[in-house]
Design a binder for this molecule. Structure first.
Ligand code: PRP
Ligand code: URA
Length: 211
């Protein structure tokens, strides 16, 4: 069901860095830096369809027509807390974007998302939004975050994840067929605890050194 797009960002630089992100030997510091770098690289892919307009520009030697982004209003919505690990990397490409935060954690027993915080830009409904979270596992957190945004009246939403499980992609596309999903990798499956296999473990814990 649904016609949402799944885009796998398979650029060699992204895949190379993702290998080290997965590696259990990678330190918290390196993990954070790599996630930041991959987020920047993925931002190139996710903004590929931003429309351009032609303007006139004077170089030191001639006047010419050249293109700029057409004043698009963008918004980034990291899902706390792990989504914060990708935020600065995306902002490097989209420095004028406004940022909303949605706080959700997944109950370890029920695997259901629990919402604890939402703060969005006042003009959020006018913006094209990118929801950011490293992991798309059961899809519960992503669906809940998109629900929050749609209840506020947002209509243009994309999802950006480092790693997704097929179950999560299907769940998001079933619940929100209008949302395109951009991932660096689509993994095999979920384990009995809802962890992505092979995945990278717990993204929040690896970003912040918690357990
Ligand atoms: C992780 C991850 C997603 C969620 C994915 O967050 O960052 O938000 O799990 O799982 P789902 O697709 O099954 O909902 P977590 O709940 O561990 O919270 P944290 O970011 O605060 O560590
Ligand atoms: N959340 C994570 O951080 N990792 C997973 O594999 C699944 C959910």
């Amino acid at each position: 069901m649904g016609n949402g797009k799944l885009v796998i960002c398979d650029h060699p630089l992204i895949q190379h860095k993702l290998t080290f992100i997965r590696d259990e030997r990678t330190t918290t510091k390196d993990f954070r830096e790599l996630v930041d770098e991959v987020a920047t690289l993925m931002a190139y892919e996710i903004t590929r369809d931003i429309p351009l307009v032609t303007v006139t520009v004077k170089t030191p030697v001639a006047e010419t027509e050249s293109r700029v982004i057409s004043g698009r209003m963008l918004g980034l919505v990291p899902i706390l807390r792990a989504g914060l690990g990708m935020l600065d990397g995306v902002l490097k490409c989209l420095p004028a974007a406004k940022v909303g935060h949605i706080g959700l954690f997944r109950d370890p027993d029920t695997l259901q998302p629990v919402e604890y915080y939402t703060k969005l830009p006042t003009d959020v409904t006018e913006r094209e939004l990118i929801v950011i979270d490293p992991m798309l596992a059961t899809g519960g957190s992503a669906i809940a975050a998109i629900d929050v945004l749609k209840k506020r009246g947002c209509t243009q939403i994309k999802m950006m994840n480092l790693i997704a499980a097929p179950e999560g992609v299907k769940a998001v596309h079933d619940a929100h067929p209008d949302v395109d999903i951009y991932v660096a990798a689509m993994d095999e499956r979920l384990d009995e605890h809802g962890y992505i296999i092979p995945g990278l473990g717990d993204a929040g814990d690896r970003l912040y050194g918690t357990k």
